[in-house]
Design a protein around this ligand. Structure first.
Ligand code: PRX
Length: 638
């Protein structure tokens, strides 16, 4: 692509241009894509306006750029390499020609179910090529996809289906993860039992497990596509037409549907992929994320395909059949760029160097990390043991809301410093603010991370609730996008992300709101109230510590049984991934006289701090702190 940056000097020049002439900068990048009709303006509005719109007047379809434009020269080249959960099974590959044909065919199949431009389709699927095909098929016909991670519970799935008012849900009979199978269709049945919006459920057959197939509603994928044409012209979309909704957690309320659109998202996903990973034609690129999260959307599917890259998709988990699986796959497919999360690195590090050394990793050129702060020890292990000190590490900071990578090195072009994300991409203008909203201009400083200029893949709205979007991101510091993260900037101007400054916790790179977990816990029979905080966890980055108050009916039961009941409530409400690591039963929470929980105290207790609590005189009952500490000590020593 013409926007590929090849030197640090070129990076600096591009960043400067993005500051001096932002419209010209973004226009050049956008012009590298195929537009059905050209856009008439680059950007309208700013962070103080109700909306920022990009590339208005343009007609485009992201799949025409991700698929059709490669067909004249690259139809026979590999788009997707799929590695199954079980290493004994065969790899599947799809060329650009095949992926195009199957996307078109499934697009026609969705149309036959009555899906039209603007309709929402929920995908609750395992990591198979059909997931990529389903995503692309929705985009192709102008439907809005909303992928829900297949580890979420029926309740969480139902919340998302109903919020999006989805007409179709696409799933599989069962998913496979390591030695386990996951009953996906049964979960969809539970989630849609009382739904008025869902008209059809499409089921990919994977394990062949018996499924309840209501004749009116459920249809197998292979039966549905049979006989449909592989010709399906891309629906002409306005730049600002919805491409997808992806639900993510915030500090309050239920998860919100982050909305991204065809034009701006396409431009930035394509641009950032090419430059961060320094992808070269013929390279094999592997991102280990799940498509259920934003990383999978932008950097398994859209970013790579927009660049005509070969993107590897893995169905399984890093430790199955053993802790060498990632490295075996890297060696087998001669992976050149490898992109994973700090949690995976830390858990594999715990298995020692042997599983890494047993495989030939000489093909690796760039290593990436995403999703949570990486500690220096894990960074060094990744760099030395996996990358043999030859591969740059790109520590990519971004969010569901940003659509693409915002702060990161570009392959080996940029200066690299352990645990630092580094410099912003061209076009991205981060600033540090103090709590009063004053910009901190000097280096060697710490503050609230905000973005000062709009960028094309920025969140457009939270589905169905634009005020919530304005209040969360654009009103806390007028004229800025507020990230919710704290960051440091060193003397060279390199950024280091410290972590969330709000009530969002990041467990193994997955985002949860404390309020969301608390409301799931409060569904436990006998639970009156709860408060959840995070504490540092060796593998997961952050662990979840729950403080729970029970009523008299529950206090006679053994603690183990009660803890199990709390865990089950979270599994029912959200999914196993949000299960508390520690559950402490308490008789009171540290509340101020006005009834506000002092989370600062709970965080200290959970972190093992047992003495200096600062001023606790505003507490209604200062004596409760001692009891909390005593209970926590018992849990921590167990
Ligand atoms: O706290 C930051 C952390 O993950 C949050 C965004 O989570 P999510 O929307 O689920 O997207 C994750 C994948 C892009 C951020 O607010 N985060 C993400 N990347 C990094 C990070 N923290 C530190 N370093 C990173 N590289």
């Amino acid at each position: 692509m013409s926007f590929h940056i090849r030197s640090f000097e070129a990076y600096q020049a591009a960043w400067k241009k993005s500051q001096d002439s932002p419209d010209a900068f973004w226009r050049d990048i956008a012009d590298s894509f195929d537009w059905m009709e050209p856009f008439s303006s680059v950007k309208t509005g700013d962070f103080n306006a109700d909306h920022v719109r990009w590339f208005e007047g343009g007609k485009v379809n992201i799949t025409a750029n991700a698929l059709d434009r490669h067909l004249p020269n690259r139809a026979q080249e590999t788009a997707i390499i799929w590695e199954p959960n079980d290493p004994q099974e065969s790899t599947r590959t799809l060329t650009y020609g095949e992926l195009h044909a199957q996307t078109c065919q499934f697009g026609n199949a969705l149309k036959s179910l009555g899906i039209k431009k603007g309709d929402r389709v929920v995908l609750y699927m395992p990591m198979t090529p059909e997931l990529t095909i389903a995503v692309l098929a929705c985009a192709r016909i102008g439907a809005v996809h909303s992928v829900v991670f297949a580890g979420f519970s029926a309740q969480a799935l139902s919340d998302r289906i109903e919020d999006a008012q989805a007409k179709v849900v696409i799933t599989a009979d069962e998913g496979r993860r390591g030695a386990k199978t996951i009953p996906l269709k049964a979960t969809v049945d539970a989630a849609t039992a009382h739904s008025n919006c869902v008209k059809s459920v499409v089921v990919q057959k994977i394990t062949g497990a018996a499924c309840h197939m209501e004749s009116e509603k459920s249809v197998y994928w292979h039966d549905l596509v049979a006989g449909h044409s592989t010709v399906c012209p891309p629906e002409p979309m306005d730049s600002e037409d919805l491409l997808f909704i992806l639900y993510t957690s915030g500090s309050t309320g239920k998860p919100k549907g982050v909305v991204h659109v065809h034009g701006g998202y396409m431009v930035y996903a394509g641009y950032s992929f090419s430059n961060v990973f320094q992808y070269q034609p013929g390279d094999v690129y592997w991102c280990t994320a799940d498509v259920g999260w934003i990383t999978g959307h932008s950097y398994i599917i859209y970013g790579p395909l927009l660049n005509g890259a070969t993107s590897l998709m893995f169905e399984g988990i890093p430790t199955y059949p053993d802790a060498g699986r990632f490295w075996e796959i890297c060696a087998k497919h001669q992976v050149n760029q490898f992109y994973t999360a700090p949690t995976a690195i830390r858990s594999l590090m715990a298995s020692g160097t042997e599983p890494v050394l047993r495989h030939d990793l000489s093909s690796l050129k760039v290593l990436g990390t995403v999703g949570e702060p990486i500690n220096e020890e894990a960074w060094q292990w990744y760099h030395d043991t996996v990358g043999k000190k030859r591969c740059p590490i790109v520590d990519t900071w971004w969010q569901t809301e940003t659509g693409g990578i915002m702060i990161s090195g570009l392959g080996s072009l940029s200066p690299m410093k352990p645990a630092h994300a580094g410099y912003p991409l061209p076009g991205i203008h981060p600033v540090l603010l103090d709590p009063s909203g004053q910009e901190i201009t000097e280096n060697n400083a710490e503050g609230l991370l905000c973005i000062a200029q709009p960028w094309p893949s920025m969140i457009r709205t939270t589905y169905g609730d634009h005020e919530r979007c304005r209040n969360t991101y654009f009103r806390p510091f007028p004229g800025h996008y507020f990230t919710g993260d704290g960051a440091k900037r060193d003397e060279q101007g390199l950024y280091r992300i410290i972590g969330r400054v709000d009530d969002v916790i990041n467990v193994s790179g997955h985002r949860f709101g404390t309020a969301e977990i608390e409301s799931a816990i409060n569904e436990t029979s006998g639970a009156i109230e709860s408060a959840v905080v995070s504490y540092p966890h060796d593998i997961k980055g952050q662990g979840i510590h729950a403080f729970v108050i029970l009523d008299a009916t529950a206090t006679d039961m053994p603690a183990i049984q009660l803890q199990e009941a709390v865990r089950n409530a979270v599994i029912r409400g959200i999914g196993k991934i949000a299960c508390p690591d520690r559950i402490q039963f308490v008789t009171a929470l540290p509340k101020t006289r006005s009834g506000k929980i002092m989370r600062r105290i709970l965080r200290k207790v959970a972190e093992g701090e047992h003495e200096s609590f600062g001023d606790i005189s505003t507490l209604l009952d200062p004596g409760c702190v001692d009891l909390l500490v005593r209970g926590a000590k018992q849990l921590q020593t167990r």
